[in-house]
Design a protein around this ligand. Structure first.
Ligand code: MN3
Length: 204
């Protein structure tokens, strides 16, 4: 089975002015596509070919197949990133996710502070995550291509803090990029839909 790159769920200029069409064109069309293509090369004529993207990640982690793990993880992480953002992302969390945020972080601003601090404190390249861990919410960072996929935690939201995600628009100002994401782009409907880890296999 060839891993197919997931569709971008909006137009390439849909996140402007926060993320430019140029950034999204490179990020989706070159970086994300590159990981998917490389993964397909690596798994060609191997037992990995029969597996879903999540199964590939789990098996590659277990067997320490680093190249496959990194490219599969990056493929999955980017598909999850596109869904984590929305052109109308300013909508606030509601219902169960709102209650969980209040109980873990005090309020939405408390969540933004903690998530922002995590994203800014990550040295070098990686990802910042909101995950569900049992009945609790947690904020995590993972270096380079790593991700919580295949662990007991359920990813709810992610932000890419590799420089390629923001350099064209924000240059070295990761803080302004993170603030735009937190204030303008988070797809809270997607976050809420991920609660409880409804099992679904994603495209890459
Ligand atoms: Mn990226």
């Amino acid at each position: 089975m060839t891993i197919i790159q997931s569709k971008l769920p909006y137009n390439r200029n849909a996140l402007e002015p926060h993320i430019s069409a140029e950034t999204l064109s490179f990020h989706y069309g070159k970086h994300h596509r590159g990981y998917v293509n490389k993964l397909n090369e690596l798994i060609d004529k191997t037992p990995y070919q029969e597996l879903s993207i999540e199964e590939i990640i789990a098996l590659a982690r277990k067997k320490a197949d680093v190249d496959i793990l990194q490219n599969a993880s990056q493929a999955w992480n980017h598909a999850f990133l596109w869904e984590s953002m929305s052109p109308t992302g300013a909508a606030k969390p509601d219902g169960r996710i709102k209650e969980m945020i209040q109980s873990e972080f005090g309020d939405l601003d408390g969540f933004k502070r903690r998530f922002g601090d995590a994203a800014l404190s990550l040295f070098g390249s990686g990802w910042t995550w909101l995950v569900q861990d049992g009945t609790n919410l947690r904020i995590l960072t993972t270096g380079n291509a790593d991700s919580p996929v295949g662990t007991e935690m359920t990813p709810l939201l992610t932000l890419d803090v590799w420089e390629h995600a923001y350099y064209l628009d924000y240059k070295n100002e990761r803080k302004r990029y993170v603030k735009s994401f937190l204030d303008k782009l988070i797809n809270w409907k997607f976050v809420a839909a991920n609660l409880n880890g409804v099992e679904k296999s994603r495209a890459a």
